[in-house]
Design a protein around this ligand. Structure first.
Ligand code: SF4
Length: 489
């Protein structure tokens, strides 16, 4: 065997080209799908990341806060590089850099040194500590380590250190986000509840949402309503700051004083019931004011529900500007619906957006045929099923809970669909199935600026509809016979 330079090379395997062709065809069959779905102990191309990545995103959402990974440097690089690649922005975080001796003797010394150095070098107002697999497996007591660090003066008196355990062998980035958010709010609000005080503000939780355009869109909606807000874990400026030639290590985030005072808020609202579930349970016990949980506002009906809830919580009518925007969104989908109606989709993602994508597709008369979540719960499955059952377009839909993107590939090859909604990890399956992938999830590594265009709210409906329908029209233009190549579509 020789390579393209004519040099003799030793084959890495003994697999013949004929066998390769045979297997390449076999993995597209029903027979292979059955074997693929029978596998138990192996995950291939999961549609989720590990807990600390979510914890890091959450920590970045607070002003002058430095995320600190207690664990190995390689893990820390993975979260940082994933965030870098998605946002194309720096994600400044530090690590306690545990290695072999830390794994044997525990990571206390590493953590103490990391805290001391990080405070001296990067001058944060708060450090958010979370864990990678290694300290979780060996049972590091991080809470005690932080107490000891204060006694040793590695951490100055009164300096804010929030800490969450984020074991990666369970849950996903979404659970890590929730744990870190809870820990940060517990740390910041300690002793800040004041009987009778009301900030008059809405505390808003978006959950694990890596679309900075969504954050700006939420804020615009609150502005239209005239509702003052404390946006908890606000990453919009952190990961979408202006390029003015000056590097800032902490370019944005929720001001810590505002977050601390959020315990005295008028109302607290989450649009991520799954990504903030633990935090919300605690908020209900500790926070003043009303507490509400709404679905992520993807699609018309879910946006309507959010606006009505805001109207109810703050006793304000839905502003005329937003009503007009709704009318424009309805017009946009009416103009476009024929390009999506009846189209078959595969869709995967985190629980909150997944429910929203399915709801949006059903609104458009499209059929979510394969609905997959690689870290989902029975509750999510029931909610998805209820959505599918509630629409004639949901009849063909089937839910695949705790399955990965290699399972999805088998589904695409044996029960074809027209398109996929998901994140960049689905591009391999999309290529094999020769269908488009609409990148509405996280992470998006292979397209630019998609994290800047909102997909929530009425504007999000217009954006998603435009992206999807124009792609289908592109495909028609690229593949139709000459006699059907028309100016009008
Ligand atoms: S799964 Fe564990 S080892 Fe892998 S990157 Fe996440 S924390 Fe590190």
């Amino acid at each position: 065997m020789s390579n393209e330079l004519g040099l003799k090379v030793k084959p890495v395997t003994g697999i013949s080209p004929e066998d390769e062709t045979r297997v390449a065809a076999w993995i597209n069959t029903e027979d292979y799908k059955l074997k693929n779905f029978a596998r138990q102990a192996l995950v291939v191309n999961p549609a989720h990341a590990c807990q600390p990545l979510g914890a890091e995103l959450c920590a970045h959402g607070f002003a002058e806060t430095l995320p600190l990974v207690h664990g190995s440097q390689g893990c820390a690089s993975y979260y940082r590089s994933t965030l870098n690649r998605h946002f194309r922005e720096p994600a400044p975080a530090v690590s306690s850099a545990m290695s072999e001796d830390g794994a044997v003797f525990g990571g206390q010394n590493n953590l103490h040194e990391a805290l001391e150095n990080a405070i001296a070098l990067y001058k944060p107002k708060m450090i958010a500590v979370f864990t990678s697999c290694m300290p979780e497996i060996i049972g590091d007591d991080v809470s005690a380590f932080i107490k000891n660090a204060r006694q040793k003066n590695c951490v100055p008196p009164g300096f804010l250190v929030a800490h969450a355990n984020t074991p990666s062998f369970t849950g996903s980035h979404v659970h890590g986000y929730d744990s870190m958010l809870l820990a940060i709010l517990q740390t910041l609000t300690e002793g800040k509840a004041i009987e009778g005080r009301c900030t008059g503000k809405l505390n808003f939780l978006a959950g694990f949402d890596a679309n900075t355009g969504n954050y700006r869109e939420y804020k615009r909606i609150f502005h239209e309503f005239g509702i003052p807000v404390t946006f908890l874990a606000d990453i919009s400026e952190v990961f979408d700051s202006p390029n003015d030639g000056t590097y800032r290590i902490y370019p944005g985030g929720t001001p810590l004083d505002d977050a601390a005072d959020s315990i005295n808020g008028k109302a607290t609202l989450t649009v991520a019931p799954y990504a903030t579930s633990k935090t919300l349970v605690w908020i209900k016990e500790q926070y003043a004011g009303e507490h509400a949980s709404m679905p992520m506002p993807l699609g018309i009906a879910r946006t309507d529900a959010l606006l009505l809830k805001l109207s109810e919580l703050f006793d304000k009518p839905v502003p005329a500007s937003l009503k007009a925007e709704r009318g424009r969104a309805v017009d946009a989908i009416t103009d476009a619906h024929q390009y999506m109606h009846g189209k078959r989709f595969a869709v995967y993602g985190d629980s909150d957006p997944l429910l929203g994508f399915v709801a949006f597709l059903l609104e458009m008369g499209a059929s979510p045929v394969h609905v997959l979540c690689s870290k989902g719960s029975k509750k999510l499955e029931r909610e998805l099923q209820a959505l599918l059952d509630g629409s004639p377009y949901g009849k063909a839909g089937k839910i695949y809970m705790n399955r990965d993107l290699w399972h999805l590939r088998s589904l695409l090859m044996t029960e074809p669909v027209d398109a996929i909604i998901g994140d960049t990890h689905g591009k391999f399956a999309a290529r094999d199935a020769k269908i488009p992938l609409f990148r509405f999830g996280f992470p998006i590594f292979d397209r630019v600026n998609l994290h800047r265009r909102p997909i929530i709210g009425y504007q999000g409906v217009i954006n998603m509809t435009t992206e999807i329908c124009n792609k289908f029209i592109d495909i028609k233009d690229e593949t139709c016979e000459d006699r059907f190549f028309e100016m009008m579509r």
